[in-house]
Write a new protein. Structure first.
Length: 152
């Protein structure tokens, strides 16, 4: 994987897949399907771990920094989304691990309590991850300069 352009769409796809799995897991537990819920939520966690590995490899290996180059009217909204995304993303692994541990240990009341906090944060991080990708790589020319400076 020596092409830095490969990673942003991969990372967005992994974030999107995590969001879909989280929603499907929520749907399964609401339907009373604990086994399906467990499989989907553990799959969401696995996908999120793959995302984190890919994201860290990309940023550590290529040292790419993409700056917002969109319209001025969108800069504040983008930066607000980015700051909240990064801040909450730092908490997700800890929240998710705690929530999963409680679920696997049949601590149902505590698991539900933690899940009510973890799920919306995890979903927000996953969805805003895709949104940030779209803003930087699809809707604006923010990424155009990012890869030009890299040695080939």
């Amino acid at each position: 994987m020596d092409d830095p352009a490969f990673f942003p769409p991969l990372n967005a796809a992994l974030n999107g897949l995590a969001a879909i799995l989280l929603l499907a897991g929520l749907w399964r537990i609401k339907a009373g399907d604990e086994a399906g819920h467990k499989k989907l939520m553990l799959s969401a966690f696995a996908v999120s771990v793959l995302f984190l590995c890919s994201y860290l490899y990309y940023h550590l290996h290529f040292a790419v920094s993409v700056k917002y180059q969109g319209a001025d009217w969108g800069r504040v909204a983008y930066l607000l989304m980015l700051v909240t995304h990064i801040t909450l993303a730092a908490a997700v692994p800890f929240l998710a691990l705690r929530t999963i541990w409680l679920g696997l240990n049949n601590s149902r009341i505590a698991h539900r309590k933690w899940a009510r906090v973890t799920l919306p944060i995890w979903l927000y991080v996953s969805v805003t991850g895709v949104t940030i990708y779209l803003v930087l790589y699809v809707f604006t020319e923010s990424s155009r300069h990012a890869f030009e400076a890299l040695p080939t």
